[in-house]
Design a protein around this ligand. Sequence first.
Ligand code: GUN
Length: 283
Amino acid sequence: MTAQLISGTQLAASLRESISQEAARLTALGHQPGLAVVLVGEDPASQVYVRNKVEACKKAGFNSSMHQLAADTTQAELLELVHRLNEDPAVHGILVQLPLPAHLDSHLVIESIASEKDVDGFHVSNAGMLMTGKPQFIPCTPYGVMKMLELTGVNLRGAEAVVIGASNIVGKPQAMLLLQQGATVTLCNSKTRDLKAHCKRADVLVVAVGRPNMITGDMIKPGAVVIDVGINRLDNGKLCGDVDFESAKEVAGWITPVPGGVGPMTITMLLQNTLEAVQRSIE
Ligand code: GUN
């Protein structure tokens, strides 16, 4: 192995230590950070994610409430709950777990969250603020990736950064954050021709596609920083990323593992965003 490992587990643990301290300080002032998590339906993966988020909140000393709604919940019922949470001063952050069941309009639900409580950073107002260079909430996964890049010490000014996957949750905000740090950014999508040629140019490669092991060592520039956002479960039950770790680690300069890479960072940045929501609410 030539690449150095970027341990999300370690970085997350050290960040959570300072988050807990700040949470304790705010609690002593009468402002215990509060996060409300809403889950509609019984999607098993979403249940695991949501449980992990609530657990992490509790460990950090936050007040976390879990709102589990039936799969046949109506749009009006869900909007009514979001409205109540918007009005609750003990709730600083609201997260509606996606994807929602097909009969619900995710866009409308996200827009109904008060933008100052949108700790996911998915509201159009927060997406717009990020785009125009004055972010309020940065979506948790790309925010975590930026922290990991900081740890490597890579100079992003003028670097070639390639992001694979153009979702609203990861790829688009990731590209914007890298651009704001002075990188030359290429945002690839499922229609991109000659993906390998783009990857090969990347000093920083962020992969968020959801396809097991699709990026192999021969597609990576020697010494590149490779960030694997994918978490895929194989038929044998094992977890793997979008990057073929075994071949990539022989070429990259830095690489994130799966599990133990970006995953723990995403939840940590959710805690960070909730803290920031409290801090802004008492300014
Ligand atoms: N589903 C997958 N990732 C996320 C996330 O970061 N936030 C929410 N709300 N739902 C998700």
